[in-house]
Each structure stands twice: as structure tokens, then as C-alpha cells.
Write a new protein. Structure first.
Length: 229
């Protein structure tokens, strides 16, 4: 504020000096001229402030529209390439070999405090609707209480997903079964009901659930290069 005041004083002095050099001006302008000059500076400053305010308001109004557009992106993807599908199926089969079961269902909102007798933490509830692979340790339907293997900020948002679940080493202290999931293999469902895949070069594609189920059930994917799903 002090710097601004100093600039204003300099501007007033320049106005006074210019006025003193005008032809027919016998004396330095007095208090009335100084007050008028100050009023001009105030009006100029208010005009600039109003312009800035208008820009900020326009940005504030436009921002929700922009963010809504971005949020809407990614809900549907084009058909995945054969290579993308093969890569995804291989990752799911690797998880199955590590003791995980490929399931699909809905991740519910909210967390549940949990204690397994050694560690206190939280779990989320994943309602299993069906499976793509077999396992004796993971149910084929119903709610599954799943430990956070990563920070809560990395958890998927509530919605429908294909997940890899495995039974945790210990049950909860109250005897309830706990499960773990592989965070690197979380495949969301798009608004069109297709499963969204993470493809090469950080791109994405989608595939019908029936096609993904058929490919995972095979020992090796029979997808042909150049064919989309």
C-alpha cells in the first residue's frame, strides 16, 4: 500500500509540473488542481480493479463448465486393441497364479474401522456380483471386506469394477474374513457397461464383459492382432 501511495504522489507531481509549464499558467496550480488530480487517479484505479473483477467473475463462471467437461471424459472409451486386451488378460492371469480371484461388483462408499488383532486400520466393502476365475478362498458373490494395501488417497472411487481379490493372512479380531486386492489391476466399468482397460502409452480402451470373461478363461488369449473388441 505504501508503494502504491508513492507512485500516486509521483504521478501528481508530474501533473503539477506539466501544468506549471502550460502557456498562460502564471503560477503553480493550487489545492483544487491537486485534489482534482488525485480524484482522477482514484477513478483510474477503480476502473482497473473493476476490470480485474470482471475477468475473475468470468473465470469463476466458466470454470464449472470446463471441469464438468473434463469430468465427463473417460466414462466411455473406444474398443481396445488386441494387444491391449492380451496384456490385460495376461495381468489378470498372473494375478490368478498368485492366489487372487478375478471378480466384479460394486465398491461401496465409506470405510469401516477394523482390527485383526495385530494391526488396526480400515477396510472398504466390495459387493461381489460375479467372478471371472475360480478360487476356494474368495466367495463368488456377496460383500467382501477389503483391507487398504495402499494409502486411502489411492483407493478407487465408489463404483463398479473388476478386481483381483485374495483372502488376507488373518481375519478380523471379531472373526470376519478380510480380503486384499491388487491396486494395479483395478478395471472400472464405463457408463456404457463396458470394462475399461489400461493400454500401452497411457491410453485406454474398453471391452465387453463377455469377451473379457472368455479371454480370461482361456489358457492363452486367442485375440488376433488388429482386431478390436
Amino acid at each position: 500500500m505504501t508503494d502504491q501511495r508513492h507512485v500516486e504522489e509521483e504521478q501528481v507531481q508530474r501533473l503539477l509540473a506539466a501544468a506549471a509549464e502550460l502557456p498562460g499558467t502564471p503560477t503553480t496550480p493550487g489545492a483544487d488542481f491537486t485534489a482534482h488530480a488525485r480524484r482522477r487517479l482514484v477513478r483510474r484505479r477503480l476502473g482497473v480493479a473493476a476490470g480485474v473483477t470482471a475477468v475473475l467473475l468470468a473465470t469463476a463462471v466458466g470454470a464449472p463448465t470446463m471441469f464438468r467437461g473434463i469430468a465427463g471424459q473417460g466414462e466411455q472409451y473406444p474398443a481396445a486393441s488386441a494387444h491391449c486386451l492380451q496384456s490385460t488378460v495376461q495381468n489378470l492371469q498372473d494375478g490368478r497364479q498368485s492366489g487372487f480371484r478375478v471378480v466384479y461388483g460394486e465398491l461401496r462408499e465409506g470405510s469401516i474401522a477394523m482390527d485383526d488383532g495385530i494391526t488396526q486400520g480400515s477396510v472398504f466393502r466390495f459387493d461381489i456380483e460375479g467372478t471371472l476365475t475360480e478360487s476356494d478362498s474368495v466367495p463368488s458373490s456377496g460383500p467382501a471386506l477389503t483391507w487398504y494395501p495402499v494409502s486411502e488417497a489411492q483407493l478407487p472411487q465408489p463404483g463398479r469394477y473388476v478386481l483381483l481379490l485374495a483372502q488376507a493372512e488373518r481375519p478380523a479380531k471379531d472373526g470376519r474374513r478380510l480380503f486384499e486386492f491388487r491396486p494395479e489391476e483395478v478395471l472400472p466399468f464405463g457408463t456404457d457397461g463396458r470394462v475399461q482397460l489400461k493400454c500401452e502409452d497411457d491410453t485406454a480402451g474398453s471391452v465387453k464383459m463377455g469377451r473379457l470373461r472368455a479371454e480370461v478363461a482361456r489358457p492363452k488369449s486367442a485375440a488376433k492382432n488388429g482386431h478390436a473388441y
